[in-house]
Design a binder for this molecule. Structure first.
Ligand code: HEC
Length: 422
């Protein structure tokens, strides 16, 4: 997948979408999402190789986490407030909110990491990889143990509710229940690849499969109960404490499943393209998808939360709300303030941008790459930044790759910025 082409296509799609949208910041498809246990923060990982931390109440990016050389393919929120990112580069990084650099980075796997899970007590972190192995690390010391046995790529991993068993599912159709204290795993062979899984409170597991089946597996008896079958391969699962499970499909659908009754409730509107990640955050469900957004849904109402529910527009100066560039700027607003009193967001304030030297907004922690450049921002240089994309124009930047492909849109954006940042 060529990133630039992909990002260009996605920005075009983003600009065609309604002006104010959901958590918007990735320059391409969003691969994974997780929420903090209190439901206030979320982390998303994208094919643009960044992870973004979000404050849900403000609908705003708090930080861009740039480290991975390739797509960020799995994310997790630890109970102690830290966050974890894992990538197609096989690396795992541990982040603390507000810190510029990760606390620890490990070359954990030889290939893409497809799944991450924290143990119930938050002390251990498990990863599943395309290199066919599983890895469990002690979060404090970083000491790690590798588990092998799958005959093909491992897509998903979870800890049992008591934290004693590692559950993994792979392309080989195996669900393995490996006792962490040692001993032979219980292996259940199914007829289709396992893509996603959840541990149930009673020791059983729920597997989402490539044939669209949602199956409940009992490691003791080896029994497999098919709870539901969706019309497309399952791509993600998430569970609420009340027992309801959200299931996403490669066809862009989200379905709520009541495990007790087996009842299926189609949820929200079908997305254009796969939903790659799901997470419950308090009363909301978050989805990560091909359309470049993290979308937010009201679980009780079963609908996407109207963008108007978030205070997004007030920061656009009153006289400029109907400016054609304001619509283009909606792709930037989660990360950039325009007015001095709004302070810094995930990206630097753009106040006073025109005529300003790159990487010189006071109080913002720029990447070293940006500090080493000597661009002066003018309507021409800003237009160029989004014509060829930040990765080429400002190599090493932590701004997620994105382009504004249409020349008229770029012109509208720089005219808007020139006025709005004065
Ligand atoms: C997900 C967050 C995010 C989004 C969305 C985003 N940016 Fe950025 N932007 C950043 C970050 C982070 C930096 C600082 C990069 C660094 O230090 O390497 C930055 C830097 C910049 C800079 C350089 C500022 C300076 O002081 O030198 C400009 C200009 C800019 N962004 C404009 C935009 C515009 C216009 C858009 C929308 C089309 C946009 N950005 C979208 C995060 C974002």
């Amino acid at each position: 997948m060529r990133l630039t082409l992909l990002a260009a296509a996605t920005i075009a799609a983003l600009l065609a979408a309604p002006a104010a949208a959901q958590l918007r910041g990735h320059g391409g498809p969003v691969r994974a999402v997780a929420a903090s246990p209190d439901g206030r923060l979320a982390i998303s990982g994208g094919f643009d190789s960044t992870a973004i931390l979000w404050a849900l109440a403000e609908n705003r990016a708090l930080g861009v986490l740039r480290l991975h050389d390739d797509a960020v393919t799995a994310v997790a929120a630890l109970p102690d407030g830290r966050f974890v990112t894992a990538g197609a580069d096989g690396r795992i990084a541990l982040w603390r909110l507000g810190a510029r650099a990760p606390e620890r980075v490990a070359q954990a796997h030889k290939a893409q990491i497809a799944g991450l899970a924290a143990s119930p007590d938050g002390r251990r972190l498990a990863s599943a990889s395309f290199d066919r192995s599983l890895r469990v690390e002690d979060v404090e010391s970083g000491a790690a143990q590798i588990f092998e046995g799958h005959r093909d790529v491992v897509n998903a991993v979870a800890f049992s509710a008591d934290g004693q068993t590692l559950i993994s599912g792979g392309h080989d159709g195996q669900l393995r229940f490996t006792p962490l204290a040692g001993g032979a795993p219980a292996i259940v062979q199914m007829e289709a690849p396992v893509v996603a899984l959840l541990a149930l409170a009673d020791g059983r597991a729920l597997a989402g499969r490539a044939d669209g089946a949602l199956a409940r597996i009992d490691p003791a008896s080896g029994r497999v109960d098919e709870i539901a079958r969706l019309g497309a391969p399952i791509s993600a699962l998430a569970r609420r404490p009340d027992g309801r499970v959200a299931v996403a499909g490669l066809d862009g659908t989200i379905t709520l499943v009541d495990l007790a009754s087996g009842r299926l409730t189609p949820f929200a509107a079908k997305r254009a393209g796969p939903v790659w990640g799901l997470a419950f955050a308090g009363a909301e469900l978050l989805s990560a998808g091909n359309d470049g957004f993290v979308r937010r849904y009201d679980v009780a109402a079963g609908v996407e939360i109207a963008p108007a529910a978030f205070a997004e527009t007030p920061e656009i100066p009153a006289g400029l709300r109907d400016h054609p560039g304001a619509r283009v700027f909606s792709a930037c607003i989660a990360c950039h303030a325009l007015q001095p009193e709004e302070g810094q967001r995930a990206g630097p304030s753009l106040h006073g941008l025109m005529g300003r030297r790159i990487a010189s907004a006071p109080g913002y922690a720029y990447s070293e790459a940006l500090q080493g450049l000597s661009i002066v921002w003018t309507p021409e240089t800003v237009a160029r930044l989004f014509e060829i994309g930040p990765t080429r124009y400002t190599p090493g930047t932590k701004m997620p790759e994105q382009r504004v492909v249409d020349a008229a849109d770029r012109q509208a954006l720089v005219e808007f910025l020139a006025q709005a940042t004065r």
